[in-house]
Design a protein around this ligand. Structure first.
Ligand SMILES: [Zn+2]
Length: 234
């Protein structure tokens, strides 16, 4: 199987579905990790250009831990917008290039616009990728792909309907997250959050709900031709 995961900022995928991506990879599936923005304003001190380079390297290292192909979509922090046709078409081309069986992204009703707009971009692009007369570098992909939504940040107003047992992958998830050193520091200073502890506790909580040690939760996008007819999650 091919799995395409699209997050707004480098570290969103690691936080919300890092265990699931690690598991997919461990089971022999191909994983693509796309970051819509470069996360260039997520720090108090480091200037945007420098930070973008640091975060690209952090994202590369995190993806490398599970052998994922990491792709930067081209957006800027706080400026990811679904009306941006350049971004939309780049994502169309990534879908055509990767030919996913499943796409994972944010819930369209999350805590900030970059997340919501990334979700909308994915929704639009997954349809547009199947349209023959929309030309990008790669040939059209004639399959509408099921879309799964990760949990909203901190699980607020989130009620997952699908669970993935990540008990064997929790340490890899935390190791992936640890690569985002600039963000661990920023989250601590900006919001007094310990990223690693939060990820472990939350995964443990979802695990408690479905009777395993650690889990991640998802919902799927209920739209025409996007509903899964089988279990795609690992
Ligand atoms: Zn984010």
């Amino acid at each position: 199987m091919v799995v395409l995961a699209v997050g707004a900022h480098p570290d969103d995928l690691e936080s919300a579905c890092g265990g699931t991506l690690a598991k997919y990879s461990r089971l022999g599936n191909k994983v693509f990790m796309v970051h819509a923005s470069n996360g260039n304003v997520g720090h108090r001190v480091i200037p945007p250009e420098e930070l973008a380079a640091i975060r690209a390297e952090e994202a590369r290292k995190a993806g490398a831990l599970i052998g994922a192909e990491v792709i930067y979509l081209g957006g800027r922090d706080l400026y990811v917008r679904s009306e941006d046709m350049e971004l939309r078409n780049k994502l169309v081309d990534i879908i055509r290039y990767s030919k996913p069986d499943i796409i994972i992204t944010h819930n369209p009703d999350d805590y900030m616009d970059d997340h919501n707009e990334t979700s909308k971009l994915v929704f639009e692009a997954s349809m547009a990728a199947t349209v023959t007369h929309l030309h990008t570098d790669h040939e059209f992909y004639g399959k509408l792909t099921p879309i799964y939504y990760m949990e909203k940040v901190a699980g607020i107003n989130s009620s997952p309907t699908e669970f993935v047992d990540i008990s064997e992958d929790i340490e890899t998830k935390l190791k992936m997250l640890s690569q985002h050193e600039s963000q661990l520091k920023w989250a601590k200073e900006h919001d007094n959050i310990d990223f690693l502890e939060t990820a472990r506790v939350f995964s443990r909580f979802r695990g408690y709900q479905c009777n395993v040690a650690y889990a991640e939760g998802f919902t799927y996008c209920m739209q025409f031709h996007k509903m899964p007819v089988k279990r795609y999650l690992p």
